[in-house]
Unconditional design. Structure first.
Length: 139
């Protein structure tokens, strides 16, 4: 039986318990046939010393949503997903509110997947553009 959109989002959020995603308050909020979206609050917990969003927190958000997308879209309980390469360009600072990471699959292979993750602010302005390559392994 195919899961509903709400069930898929709830399942992604359930996987975050007791992980870095929970520490960073990352929450999955939307899913389509080809994308997965998560958001993260921008608070002092994810700031760099000068009071803006830390690039490392952005990369953690991007890898979290891209890896979760690979797991969901490959639809295989017998697989483990690992990020094997990530690169990010940070183009805008954010001091507060939320950032949204939208992962879109560019290549959906059985072994490797290529993801583009656009991180935007609440005004839908580009904050970071991330490319993630994931590897699918059998458990």
């Amino acid at each position: 039986m195919k899961n509903t959109k709400e069930e898929l989002i709830a399942g992604c959020n359930k996987m975050c318990k007791n992980t870095l995603m929970e520490t960073l308050s990352i929450e999955f909020v939307d899913i389509t046939d080809t994308t997965l979206v998560a958001r993260m609050p921008v608070t002092p917990k994810v700031h760099q010393p000068d009071g803006v969003l830390h690039g490392g927190a952005s990369v953690a958000l991007a890898e979290s949503v891209g890896s979760a997308g690979a797991f969901v879209f490959l639809n295989s309980e017998d697989s483990v997903i690992r990020g094997i390469e990530i690169s990010a360009n940070h183009v805008r600072s954010v001091k507060d509110g939320f950032v949204y990471a939208k992962a879109s699959i560019l290549h959906k292979g059985r072994t490797t997947q290529l993801w583009q993750i656009r991180i935007t602010n609440e005004a839908d302005e580009l904050v970071s553009l991330v490319k993630l390559t994931t590897l699918t392994m059998t458990k």
